[in-house]
Design a protein around this ligand. Sequence first.
Ligand SMILES: [Zn+2]
Length: 277
Amino acid sequence: MLFDTHAHVTFSQFDDDRSEVIARARAAGLRGWLEVGTDVAASKQAIALAEQEEGVIASVGVHPSDIAGLTDAAWEELSLLLTNERVRAVGEVGLDYYHTPPDLPSEQDGLRAAGRGDVRELQLSTLKRFHKLALQHDLPMIFHIRDGDTVSANDDVLEWLESLSSDKVPRGVMHTFSGSPEQAQRYLALGLYLSFSGVITFKNAGANRIVAENMPLDRILIETDSPFLAPEPYRGKQNEPAYVALVAQKIASVRSMPVAELANATTDNAQRLFSFG
Ligand SMILES: [Zn+2]
């Protein structure tokens, strides 16, 4: 049985064929997926889908490129949404210096919302606020961490996480892990899980494959990030949860183990981290 730990099936890209996409996910052997919130509205939609679809759980969060202008009312709403019983994580939250480069003036960068101050400071302070909510609600976190061209988001988040006292280190997962093997070791030492997406099937993802090959099996998660990051041979096309099977196949092959065993282990890991099933 497979479980996709990161998908956005409520996104408009699926408006024309959502029920077929869900049927194909079932046919591919998925017992479910985690529908990830990226802002207040998407988090509400994720919960609605989780309430209606067997095996689907939800998370509540705001993508780091969409955090500017989060009002007190929005924070209150997020906090309330976190009490829903279908919600099993805070996320996706984190640092994205690729879409929102901290080293460019605001007119030139990709920030999709208005009213930013210092991007790096705002992203980290917002992440800390989500961390407080995660501890308060006893929920794991889904981290979206993406390096910029000149500034490493992985270095920044590791520096912060490693500064926390051990009772404050969150449970959680690095979604579409994109760091180095050395950074992987540091996340694992903090007790975090690493999740691999279709990126691991790409030609230039050698570092990803080295990490997936050598890390402990009981910390690996798999995901699609649908509708983004479709694995080979569908790279560049619209992704969907059924393709998590291709991610599982790739990791099983680099670890030289049966794909069924990898599928079961990663589903067990997801159940343990997100407390379902
Ligand atoms: Zn996502």
